[in-house]
Design a protein around this ligand. Structure first.
Ligand code: FES
Length: 77
């Protein structure tokens, strides 16, 4: 049988981040990007969510998954 989430609708992707919120949304202003490169988590395991902290590596090793961050780059002229 399928592992049910708290609402009984199926297995949740998000194990622990802001579970009190009905939907986890992060709005980013591109103008505020002050580094050349920023990585955002897509595995929902990062302790620095929404930023990637490399936790996807352990997740991938444990599960055989292949997830990784989305990397936003800024062209600095
Ligand atoms: Fe989640 Fe890197 S920690 S994608």
């Amino acid at each position: 049988s399928v592992d049910k989430g708290p609402k009984g609708k199926g297995h949740p992707i998000n194990p622990s981040i802001r579970k009190e919120c009905p939907k986890v949304v992060d709005v980013l202003d591109v103008e505020d990007l002050n580094k050349e490169k920023v990585s955002y988590c897509r595995c929902w395991k990062s302790k620095k969510f929404p930023l990637c902290d490399g936790s996807h590596n352990a997740h991938n090793e444990e599960t055989g998954d292949n997830v990784g961050p989305v990397v936003i780059r800024k062209k600095i002229n």
